[in-house]
Design a binder for this molecule. Sequence first.
Ligand code: HH2
Length: 287
Amino acid sequence: MIWQCGTHQFECPGKERRRPEMRPVVMGILNVTPDSFSDGGRLNGAQEAVDAALRLLEEGADIIDIGGESTRPGAAGVSTEEELRRTIPVIERLRAARPDAPISIDTRKAEVAREALRAGACIVNDVNGLRDPKMPELLAETGAGCVIMHMLGEPGTMQREPRYDDVVGEILDFLLQRAKVAMDAGVAQDRIAIDPGIGFGKTLEHNLELIRRADVFAESGYPLLIGASRKSFIGMALGLEVDQRLEATLAANVAALLRGASIFRVHDVAAARRALDMAALLISSTE
Ligand code: HH2
């Protein structure tokens, strides 16, 4: 299946088997926030952020995901004005420097998404599953690609005893229902990717189960995105600090790839590119 975002197209396996020419899609994270959990406050000013994005592209990122609001557990929200102030100048400059580079905006707010698309983004990465009532309409009107992610509740409270009777089934139902809302508003099916939202209102066991059962999400036919990079479930599973989680992140991504995931949201692009490309070659050559 093709995931189409503006003039960009990514071929993702969906229900089919991965063919050698289907390269895993690497989404490089560019947080322009003072408080993100692993890289907050690292970038000062739009130019520094653009330089960092250019490095990620050089390292093999297929998409640059720009976020102006931290959604780590317990994070407070930021105003629309502040999110716009952080992200729009970076998108404009990056678009000018690299007119060909796919840019996604990581936001829950339709107003931020609208300005970001105007400034040159072509994908909306919505960790809130298009719950802003204006989001589906905006996506339909602009033809942007979107990532629909599952989050239980709000970042402020989501890690307070999250509970599911059937974590995989409930999250898949939610994602399919939100994809239907998008399509009812006029969004084309080939613009939609889904994401179970690793770490967003989930215990360690829930996160492990979501990656173990990634095939269930991939079989829905929508390209599946996994965002495991440096997350705290790795810390809990192996007793590692944030700066020690690279190898386990690679392992989680490769495990998800083997079960049909196609898009990988990562901080460490060069390493992810190598690990995923090698694993993809091995899958297609053994099937
Ligand atoms: N995770 C984060 C942010 N956005 N988007 C998608 N689609 N999937 C994810 O798993 C995901 C996401 C959180 O990670 P990060 O951006 O590194 O941290 P913070 O939210 O603190 O900025």
